[in-house]
Design a protein around this ligand. Structure first.
Ligand SMILES: Cc1cc2nc3c(=O)[nH]c(=O)nc-3n(C[C@H](O)[C@H](O)[C@H](O)COP(=O)(O)O)c2cc1C
Length: 309
């Protein structure tokens, strides 16, 4: 049974995964710690913590809160910055056979270009995920992902500065995701990740204040899976390139659902907070399902739920 997928089938540099299970940005750190306990090389791909040009300390605390069937976070991009990532983390990734994808976030168009240029040709970096959808920063982030022209401009800037394959991570916080998905495909991205967290709020009645220091945050976990499924369905109905699903996947069956909606690969995020080995359990469950169904290739089920016959 061949579970491999290619996230950049139309690009000169391939992004081939041995299976469609990826980690989601910000929920797995940069993979180095977890690799001491679990076999990261079994996974399809790793996605780094959102990386910015300069190191960032992130928002004040509290930054996370558990909600019904999910959690809200407003980390605010605490990260070591791209120079430290290149110097300290990429050399570790280089030794691994699993592709590592760097999630990047700029405050300006120029910063996206600079980040892409810095990471181009770095051994150990297999691709980029360009975040135009972060709800937890004042500048940049989601603003770029809510307008097809702004999103396309980011894509052109990244494409001009790297030969790496790259995905663009979209926000669900738009009227219609389809024009954005089409715009980033036309501008030269190699795929999209659908979706980032859903903007949300929690209130502490004792303190009579918002729970999070940042007030608002992004909702993730099983609560958002039906929203993510719909967005994956909509986006993959208008583009040819790969759609990577992100949002509430907790089981192997969830992965099958996302692929049936049109996804090529599926990221595991909040599930890892409940259980650090969730990605491996989900991979086991998914492989078992494929074996039971006698699947030869994932092409047999990709987008099958959208068929009208
Ligand atoms: C604590 C936390 C930190 C996150 N950090 C990032 C980030 O740095 N960049 C990014 O693009 N997405 C980030 N995300 C969003 C996840 O990658 C994922 O898209 C989202 O949580 C939905 O998937 P899930 O329900 O499986 O967690 C973060 C999510 C959480 C919960």
């Amino acid at each position: 049974m061949d579970l491999s997928v290619n996230l950049a089938p139309h690009h000169k540099v391939e992004l081939r995964l041995r299976n469609p299970i990826m980690t989601a940005s910000g929920t797995f750190s940069n993979g180095v710690e977890i690799a001491k306990h679990y076999d990261v090389e079994r996974l399809g791909a790793l996605v780094s913590k959102g990386t910015t040009l300069k190191p960032r300390r992130g928002n004040g605390v509290p930054r996370t809160v558990e909600t019904a069937a999910g959690m809200i976070n407003a980390i605010g991009f605490q990260n070591i910055g791209v120079s430290a990532l290149i110097a300290q983390v990429a050399p570790v990734w280089e030794k691994w056979s699993v592709p590592a994808i760097v999630n990047i976030m700029g405050e300006t168009l120029e910063e996206y270009g600079t980040l892409a240029a810095r990471l181009d040709g770095v051994p150990g970096v297999a691709g980029l995920e360009v975040n135009v959808s972060c709800p937890n920063v004042e500048a940049g982030g989601m603003e770029f992902g809510q307008d097809p022209r702004a999103a396309a401009a980011v894509v052109r800037e990244v494409a001009a500065n790297t030969s790496l394959p790259f995905l663009v991570k979209l926000t669900p916080n738009v009227n219609d995701i389809r024009p954005i998905a089409r715009a980033v495909e036309e501008a030269g991205a190699h795929g999209i990740t659908v979706m980032n967290t859903v903007p949300a709020l929690a209130i502490d009645v004792k303190r009579r204040r918002p729970v999070l220091a940042n007030i608002f945050g992004g909702l993730s976990g099983p609560a958002i899976k039906p929203i993510a499924l719909r967005q994956v369905w909509l986006a993959s109905s208008v583009v040819e390139f790969p759609v990577v699903a992100s949002g509430g996947a907790m089981t192997g069956t969830d992965v099958v659902e996302f692929i049936m909606a049109g996804a090529t690969a599926v990221q595991i995020g909040t599930a890892s907070f409940l259980d650090p080995s969730a990605a491996w359990r989900i991979l086991d469950e998914f492989e078992a399902w494929c074996a039971t169904e006698g699947l030869k290739s994932l092409d047999e089920i990709r987008g099958v739920a959208r068929r009208r016959d």
